[in-house]
Design a protein around this ligand. Structure first.
Ligand code: NYM
Ligand code: MG
Length: 217
């Protein structure tokens, strides 16, 4: 049996990640796949509650401390995510380490310093970047009350994301309609799942899970 595929959706706020994640999970379920949604930050854990308190301005934290909490929030999920992938469940993941690096670097922290705590996390098999120009994001309604929800920071976040982008990323124009984006994301995901099923016929021992998250450095 092929292991599940790790499918990541990244992007700035308001690009439509959560909508597309939900639609992708539902479509794959309909087609009979075992699939689960993961979201970072996962606000349900003890660490996630600290992150939530920070994002909602209920708590102040040093920039480096909150960066490490976001990373720890991924590390605490890792064993279970690997277990699910090895059991054949596909994971659709809403944000991951690239968000961690993009937001903290945009705040002024050093890029390499930001990458370090996430090194060794399992690598996505497929990363979609939902790209939306900041002016378009703004038109989608005012930013909410959470920290980071302002134009200046979002602009910088997008720049760091584009700097992090590797040639393996699949760029999705988030100005397109919800169904248009869904169609494209589903097609590329199904191709990736089929590729995994073919690979599984040859690789008996190795589960193919890689831990080199930042391929460039
Ligand atoms: N965020 C998210 C970070 O700053 N670092 C991270 O590692 C992650 C995963 O948290 N503005 C930021 C991005 C968002 C905020 O995310 C909350 P969401 O998807 O709105 O719950
Ligand atoms: Mg948000």
């Amino acid at each position: 049996m092929a292991r599940g595929r790790f499918i990541l959706l990244e992007g700035c706020d308001r690009a439509g990640k959560s909508t597309q994640c939900a639609k992708l999970v539902a479509a794959l379920q309909d087609k009979g796949h075992a699939v689960e949604l993961c979201k970072f930050p996962d606000r349900t854990t003890t660490i996630g509650q600290m992150i939530h308190a920070y994002l909602t301005n209920a708590k102040e934290l040093d920039d480096k401390a909150i960066h490490l909490l976001f990373s720890a929030n991924r590390w605490e999920a890792m064993q279970q995510m690997k277990r699910k992938l090895r059991a054949g469940t596909h994971l659709i993941v809403d944000r991951y380490a690239y968000s961690g690096v993009a937001f903290s670097t945009a705040k002024g922290l050093d890029l390499t310093w930001c990458k370090n705590p996430d090194r060794g996390l399992v690598r996505p098999d497929l990363t979609f970047f939902l790209d939306l120009p900041t002016v378009e994001a703004e038109k989608r309604g005012g930013f909410g009350e959470e920290r980071y929800e302002n134009r200046e920071l979002q602009e910088k976040v997008r720049e760091v994301f584009l700097q992090l982008k590797s040639k393996e990323w699949v760029m999705i124009d988030a100005r397109h309609s919800v169904p248009t984006m869904h169609h494209e994301i589903l097609k590329v995901t199904e191709d990736k799942i089929r590729e995994g099923e073919r690979d599984a016929e040859f690789a008996e021992e190795d589960d193919g899970l890689l831990e080199d998250l930042f391929l460039d450095s």
